[in-house]
Design a protein around this ligand. Structure first.
Ligand SMILES: CC(=O)SCCNC(=O)CCNC(=O)[C@H](O)C(C)(C)COP(=O)(O)OP(=O)(O)OC[C@H]1O[C@@H](n2cnc3c(N)ncnc32)[C@H](O)[C@@H]1OP(=O)(O)O
Ligand SMILES: O=C(O)CCC(=O)C(=O)O
Ligand SMILES: [Zn+2]
Length: 431
């Protein structure tokens, strides 16, 4: 095995793999703040009753997330009761609740039994003018009061600037320095409208890292409006962020945030053993199915790891190489996640090596010439419509039976397209 190779991943031979250790990087030392029960509740379809919230919290805890973030107890009486119920489950994960930078919210939240508060306030001019109406001086004043109060209760506190990437950098750094001096556990950066790209994220996190105490953690929250939520999370960790907000399947306000499964897939390629040591990877599919059912959506077909064709190989060139060595076209090993690989055969992009493999699975001894002839027949049929595995198996079995019987004319017959198939074919094919 090449240096750094892992028996659970196919990532070791990338010529672009990091060749030196970047002192800022937290790519191999990071935590998840799982926000399905906060950001996820902001998804248009989401309604979680208490029992469902508890089931989700337990499933997240089983999976191994470090933190579970809950909707503000100020949102409604039931939200408050649910916060208390989940804070009292005795889970391994730390329980946080997410509140406005306001003493009313902080007081209610501190009485719920959670481990910590994620405090947020918008800092962009859009939000200062059109949301809460406070200037930077007032934000720092309110932040100071809330943070001191939460700390006086002995709880963990994170302070975050909503819409960080449309906020003035000098304003942001002044605010973060002020809250850092107050002794927050973490500061947060939020790409609330999904406008940031990985390079901007890297720059902002790196700058922030340089002004904070080394012991202050950095949490990042990325919306996916322009498709960068997972890449931005990766860039943030490269630049020294310590915590990433996720939700299951990425559910959240609008089209949501970094999906936990995407983050796992991405980070697995960096340090598979580290990721496998923290999270119960084979439970990811059940976790996603739980949320998909709860909010009445399908797991997307192209979901990382668990999408229904995430480990399906189709084109003949791919199929041959995959059958020889799965590392050729797979960066992740399906079995690590409790998934299985599938080679699709019954289509016009198939190749004789894939057909040979299927014949071997069926225990049918056929020569290479036989298999090439059968492949030709599959392609002719598949030019009209894709063939099922049963169709392909039937063809292989019949060919084999005629061969054993020495019935050459039956084989010839088998290899031509029947008249009724030609007649039923679309005109261009029949001609
Ligand atoms: C980007 C994000 O996702 S942040 C998290 C979003 N989460 C939520 O909104 C939680 C669910 N929200 C709710 O249940 C309600 O909005 C509540 C309970 C928080 C507030 O409800 P209401 O008092 O009816 O106010 P409303 O929702 O209409 O407006 C928000 C109020 O919070 C203020 N506000 C907005 N953001 C903040 C903030 N970060 N810190 C302090 N105050 C804020 C606004 O100025 C406004 O105050 P106003 O009542 O003086 O106008
Ligand atoms: O609290 C935070 O950091 C993030 C809040 C949020 O959901 C957002 O800004 O999109
Ligand atoms: Zn958000």
């Amino acid at each position: 095995m090449p240096p750094h190779a892992s028996p659970i991943a196919n990532v070791s031979s990338s010529p672009y793999a990091p060749k030196y250790t970047d002192s800022l990087s937290r790519l191999t030392n990071w935590s998840i703040i799982e926000s399905t029960l906060r950001e996820g509740e902001q998804f248009a379809n989401a309604f979680f009753d208490t029992a469902k919230k508890i089931e989700i919290a337990k499933a997240l805890d089983d999976f191994g997330v470090e933190y579970i973030e809950l909707t503000s107890p100020a949102a409604s009486e039931q939200s408050r009761l649910d916060c208390i119920a989940i804070a009292n489950l005795g889970l391994k994960a730390k329980i946080l609740t997410h509140v406005r930078c306001h003493m009313d919210d902080a007081r209610i939240a501190c009485e719920t039994g959670v481990d910590g508060l994620d405090v947020v306030i918008g800092t962009s001019s859009y939000l200062r003018e059109f949301s809460h109406g406070k200037d930077m001086e007032r934000i720092i004043k309110d932040a100071t009061e809330v943070i001191n109060y939460v700390k006086s209760k002995g709880l963990e506190v994170r302070f975050s600037s909503e819409d960080s990437f449309r906020s003035d950098l000098v304003d942001l750094l002044n605010l973060y320095k002020a809250v850092d001096q107050l002794g927050v556990n973490r500061v947060g950066i939020a790409d609330t409208v999904g406008c940031a790209n990985p390079r901007q994220v890297y720059d902002l996190v790196k700058t922030l890292r340089s002004v904070l105490k080394p012991t202050t953690d950095i949490e990042c929250h990325f919306h996916n409006d322009t498709g960068c939520a997972t890449a931005n999370a990766y860039a943030a960790l490269e630049a020294g962020a310590t915590h990433i907000d996720t939700s299951v399947l990425g559910i959240g306000e609008r089209n949501g945030i970094t999906p936990i499964g995407n983050l796992i897939a991405r980070m697995f390629t960096v340090d598979p053993d580290y990721v496998a040591s923290k999270y119960q990877l084979h439970k990811l599919r059940d976790l996603e199915n739980l949320i998909a059912d709860a909010v009445e959506i399908q797991v997307p077909f192209n979901n990382c790891i668990t999408g229904y064709c995430a480990f399906t190989h189709k084109a003949g060139i791919h199929a041959k190489a995959i059958l020889n060595n799965p590392a050729t076209y797979e960066i992740l090993k399906p079995e690590v996640f409790g998934m299985t690989r599938y080679v699709s055969i019954g289509h016009r992009l198939t190749g004789w090596n894939a057909v040979k493999n299927r014949a071997e699975q069926l225990g049918l001894a056929l020569s290479d010439d036989d298999l090439k002839a059968i492949t030709g027949k599959i392609k002719k049929l598949a030019d009209i419509k894709n063939q099922s595995m049963e169709d392909v198996d039937g063809l292989l079995r019949n060919f084999h039976a005629y061969k054993v019987a020495g019935d050459h004319s039956a084989i010839e017959q088998l290899l031509v397209l029947p008249d009724e198939v030609i007649a039923a074919a679309p005109k261009a094919v029949a001609a």
